[in-house]
Design a protein around this ligand. Structure first.
Ligand SMILES: NC(=O)c1ccc[n+]([C@@H]2O[C@H](COP(=O)([O-])OP(=O)(O)OC[C@H]3O[C@@H](n4cnc5c(N)ncnc54)[C@H](O)[C@@H]3O)[C@@H](O)[C@H]2O)c1
Ligand SMILES: O=C(O)[C@H](O)COP(=O)(O)O
Length: 639
């Protein structure tokens, strides 16, 4: 049997009635016109608020349309010359789901009508740009005075009066099924009058409770409408049905990027503990966290829909990566975006600590003037010892050399020395040489208490010590002891074995109130620049994986950078890495005479990832058979 292509044509004589303001476009056009026509008026903001309030009251059915139009036109004080700027603005405000589903509009142009209480003058150029027929646009027209001021609208037009859409639809007398898509009460009125089979409340831009209550179906985007009606669409599965959970205050850019794609996004300011996360993650497909949220095996066992995790930071030690892989969940992070921020903080702290600025500043705040050079040094010529020479360690090495420091490093793997930095053969060698020691290793479990009593014992007396990597790498009682004994005369600590989950929890630590110790709340990577970079970077990776299957940059999946999907269906098969799976898949393809257009396979120790692009027409059974191959972990279809 050949599958019906998901790009079905319209049912015989089904008509689609689409509203314009806040549906076809993201905004109310008269609000935008006000922003243009009222430029220079001192009361502009007040008038704009009044216009918006009238629009909302009209849309939720509190006042009649004729009144709403008349009131707004009067306040607008607009002129014919304002229209080109309005049209230009609206062109950039077409709703995202309409933009990505232009094919639906062009393929169904004979059956699509735009019915609006807005105005032809700006609606026609916008909707025809996506393929709506000009003759299928029904809206009001402005009237002007002799100098071009907009003074009202053509009152002969049924759309200028209360119940206008109903009157218009009666006149149109469409012979077939009618589906209305809109955000306003007047759109629902068509259904109420018995002139439509279904009313879809469109909530991509604005969700009006009074309207949603009346709807046959709430459609958070055009994709959902198209999916519900099995119509030609750009998304194989509506993204509004896919839940994204973003924790720990990730940058708003990330939220915006997911919302733009039409996902159902939920955000939380802080981290969640294990039980809270188990509760929150049940319906989640995409999870975004930072360094604090522990994604444990128990959490993952309750995350049956989870496809991917984005760590909006560098470290991924908070995630049980092995269980993620076992369950076919791809994990991504941002390995570079905040490295510079950490380096700048480390340099700043080294200078502050070696000059004893913190106690001096504290004394000044108590009114004490203690001008002295005692125990205050330049960094020039001092030996900086870096433990871990990865992305941060190497950058710090270069910047420190520029300040005239001598750099030594020790890394668990053999690393190329940058500039004049010198490689140490062992951690012990480095600890004994350095005047300043800064930790930059990753947070793998084996690094727990990497620096403890023995290691502090190997250090020079009066060393400066920094940890901006991970809290568990330093044995805190040993550090406190070293500070109290004067072994360490200055410390900068940004990360702790136990950190508060949110800003409202108290920070409890034996490091509090020790002399010449800078304590910071894990903010090495918390700069506007770094967070904005991460907010762009990680969603980019997650979206490439969701939309295209690419795993380039994943920290636990075999990495595959895939071509964009074109004129084919993409089958993504994740399985336990055992012999023979590819052969089984290809046997299925061969038995159904499938034309394979591209195939990609990559494995790691735990899993195999096979991507097969095939021609669009194929038997349903192919998909069902692929899903049940032994050792299949996850299967997904993209088109
Ligand atoms: N404070 C913050 O806000 C902040 C911000 C960003 C990164 N970080 C943390 O900083 C650390 C470094 O980040 P990165 O991007 O440079 O990581 P990276 O993975 O690029 O480098 C880590 C390096 O440490 C080495 N290493 C691991 N264990 C070691 C050991 N026992 N001895 C010696 N070398 C060892 C690795 O071989 C690697 O070269 C990570 O722990 C990261 O999570 C903290
Ligand atoms: O791993 C990191 O990048 C740092 O620890 C920063 O983490 P954060 O985003 O939670 O501040």
């Amino acid at each position: 049997m050949i599958t019906q292509s998901p790009t079905l044509g319209p049912a015989e004589q089904t008509f689609y009635i689409i509203d314009f303001d806040s549906t076809f476009t993201k905004v109310e056009a008269l609000d935008v016109l006000g922003e243009i026509s009222l430029i220079g008026r001192p009361d502009r903001n007040d008038v704009l608020d009044q216009i918006k309030a009238i629009t909302d009251r009209g849309m939720s059915g509190e006042i009649g349309l004729a009144d709403s139009l008349a009131l707004r036109l009067k306040l607008l004080n607009a002129h014919r010359d304002h229209l080109p700027a309005l049209i230009e603005t609206l062109m950039g405000k077409i709703s995202d789901s309409f933009q990505r589903n232009q094919a639906f509009i062009t393929e169904n142009a004979d059956h699509i009508y735009v019915v609006s209480s807005g105005f032809q003058e700006f609606i026609v150029p916008i909707v025809t740009s996506l393929g709506v027929k000009e003759s299928h646009v029904f809206a009001n027209t402005f009237t002007y005075d002799e100098t071009g001021n907009i003074v009202g609208c053509d009152l002969e037009n049924p759309l200028a009066s209360d119940g206008g859409k109903v009157k218009l639809m009666r006149n149109l007398n469409l012979d077939g099924d009618v589906y209305v898509i809109g955000d306003g009460y007047t759109d629902y009125e068509i259904r109420e009058a018995g002139l439509a089979n279904k009313f879809y409340a469109f909530t991509e831009n604005v969700a009006r409770i009074k309207v949603m209550e009346k709807a046959d179906h709430i459609t958070p985007s055009l994709d959902e409408f198209l999916f519900d009606n099995k119509l030609s669409r750009s998304q194989s599965y509506p993204k509004s049905r896919i839940k994204v959970l973003l924790l720990e205050n990730v940058h708003p850019i990330a939220v915006q990027l997911f919302e733009q794609e039409g996902f159902n996004v939920e955000i939380h300011k802080g981290a969640l503990d294990e039980d809270e996360l188990i509760e929150a993650i049940r319906d989640v497909s995409i999870l975004g966290i930072r360094s604090k949220t522990m994604v444990t095996r128990r959490v993952l066992e309750n995350a049956n829909k989870l496809m991917t995790i984005g760590a909006f930071c560098i470290g991924t030690n908070q995630i049980d990566l092995s269980t993620c892989t076992e369950r076919g969940i791809a994990v991504f992070n941002a390995p570079y975006s905040n490295t510079r921020s950490v380096v700048e903080l480390a340099i700043g702290e080294i200078i502050m600590l070696i000059r004893g600025i913190v106690p001096k500043s504290n004394s000044m705040h108590r009114g004490e003037w203690d001008k002295s050079a005692k125990n205050s040094y330049e960094v020039r010529g001092k030996k900086l010892g870096l433990v871990g020479y990865g992305n941060i360690g190497t950058q710090l090495s270069v910047v420190a050399e520029a300040l005239g420091m001598e750099v030594y490093f020790y890394d668990a793997v053999d690393k190329l020395a940058l500039g004049n930095a010198r490689k140490c053969k062992s951690l012990d060698e480095l600890l004994a040489i350095a005047d300043i020691i800064s930790l930059h290793t990753d947070g793998r479990k084996e690094n727990k208490n990497l620096i403890s009593y023995r290691e502090f014992g190997l250090m020079k007396n009066g060393v400066i010590f920094l940890n901006l990597s991970r809290g568990h790498i330093v044995d805190i009682p040993a550090l406190v002891d070293a500070i109290e004994r004067g072994k360490v005369i200055g410390a900068g600590i940004d990360v702790f074995p136990q950190e508060p989950k949110t800003n409202s929890e108290e920070f409890i630590s034996t490091l509090r109130n020790l002399p010449n110790v800078i304590l910071t709340p894990h903010i090495g990577g918390s700069t506007e620049e770094a967070q904005a970079n991460i907010g762009q970077f990680v969603p980019g990776k997650l979206l490439e994986y969701i939309n295209n299957g690419s795993t380039y940059g994943s920290v636990n999946f075999p990495e595959l950078q895939l071509p964009l999907l074109k004129d084919s269906h993409r089958l993504l098969h994740i399985h336990t890495n055992v012999p023979g799976i590819l052969a089984r898949m290809n046997n299925i393809f061969a038995s159904y005479e499938i034309n394979i257009q591209g195939q990609y396979l990559k494995t790691n120790e735990q899993i195999g990832y096979v991507i097969t692009d095939i021609a669009k027409e194929y038997a349903d059974a192919v998909v069902s058979e692929l899903r049940v191959i032994d050792n299949t972990i996850k299967f997904r279809l993209l088109y």
